[in-house]
Write a protein that binds this ligand. Structure first.
Ligand SMILES: Nc1ncnc2c1ncn2[C@@H]1O[C@H](COP(=O)(O)OP(=O)(O)OP(=O)(O)O)[C@@H](O)[C@H]1O
Ligand SMILES: [Mg+2]
Length: 310
């Protein structure tokens, strides 16, 4: 088990990570969800022993790794947020290079390269140079590099940013397969709550350097068990209508994006007559209307007053 205890990182003026505690048990997929600047990458940089904490410690099976990082490095694979590959090499050559700097024995390395290429679905592109890869293929190879030494724990820092939906699905399926078939424990970092909801059982929500909520999906959402979220689409944007919604005492978290509005309302409350009368008053036509159970996005909004993505 990997445990992070009171971990903090201060840069000159910024406290990027502030007294963070979490753990990853063997074989589980844990989500670390947070908006830009929450401190996710800084936490990962400490976990992967690239930077040292200002305070706190990291334990591997109850042994502190601050003084002895090599044991953790052997069992940890880290997929960095920034793609780190050689553009002028093929996938295989990249894997060969990264394996050899880790001093992996030759025969083991060639075996692992074949397995990894299959795991990331790049076995059919043997001659293509990375510079001719799509963004999604590069992301997949970036994951492959971290898998070479068969880590027990895989730390992934926003592995699906900036790629097409098909590659994204491929990566999500790869993560599931690594966990189910190889029993790899995974810390999955993202600001996409749908990904975290899909993959993870236990979730930490991070904001401004702190963990602001943690637990199983259902536990986190139970914070909002008394609320529903309502999504309304309008024929056109109306400032007056939005202002009227904001001043309604029975509604909260009113967020408007052009002709779409979202708000929270107590479960079972009969808000429809009020909504319709505000539409009539502001001369607005509702084009659609949906009541939903809360999502992790709603929990984040509830806890911070801000949307996870702006
Ligand atoms: N080397 C550094 N020096 C100074 N400040 C830093 C440094 N690295 C990170 N920060 C600051 O620490 C905070 C957390 O940054 P971090 O990159 O950990 O966030 P993040 O959650 O990974 O965000 P993103 O989703 O954008 O990748 C930010 O305010 C950032 O500007
Ligand atoms: Mg980051």
């Amino acid at each position: 088990m990997i445990e992070v205890v009171n971990l903090s990182k201060k840069f000159k003026r910024t406290t990027a990570v502030d007294q963070v505690n979490f753990y990853i048990e063997p074989g589980e997929i844990v989500g670390l969800l947070g908006p830009n600047g929450a401190g996710k990458s800084t936490t990962i940089a400490m976990l992967s022993t690239l930077i040292s904490p200002s305070e706190g410690d990291i334990f591997l099976d109850q042994k502190s790794i601050i003084k002895n990082p090599s044991e953790l490095r052997n069992i940890l694979g880290v997929v960095p947020q920034e793609i780190a590959l050689y553009e002028e090499l093929t996938a295989k050559e990249n894997l060969q290079f990264f394996g050899s700097i880790q001093k992996m024995p030759k025969t083991l390395l060639s075996k692992r390269i074949e397995t990894v290429l299959e795991q990331i679905g790049l076995q059919d592109e043997p001659k293509k140079l990375v510079k001719h890869y799509s963004g999604g293929m590069k992301r997949r190879l970036n994951i492959g590099v971290a898998l070479l030494h068969e880590p027990k724990y895989l730390i992934m820092d926003e592995p699906t940013v900036g790629i097409d939906p098909q590659s994204r699905n491929h990566i999500l399926e790869t993560v599931k397969a690594l966990n189910e078939q190889s029993n790899m424990a995974i810390l999955y970092t993202s600001h996409y709550m749908e990904e975290v909801e899909f993959l993870c059982n236990r979730i930490y929500i991070m904001d401004k350097g702190r963990i602001i909520a943690s637990g199983r999906k259902e536990e986190i959402k139970s914070v909002l068990s008394s609320e529903n979220t309502v999504h309304v689409k309008l024929e056109k944007h109306s400032k007056g209508f939005i202002n009227d919604l904001i001043t309604q005492p029975t509604l909260s978290n009113v967020i408007a994006k052009e002709a779409e509005v979202t708000f929270s309302v107590a479960k079972g409350s009969n808000f429809l007559p009020m909504l319709l009368s505000l539409c009539e008053k502001n001369n607005i036509i509702l084009t659609s209307f949906q009541v939903e159970e809360p999502t992790l996005e709603d929990v984040f909004l509830h806890l911070t007053g801000r949307a996870l993505r702006n």
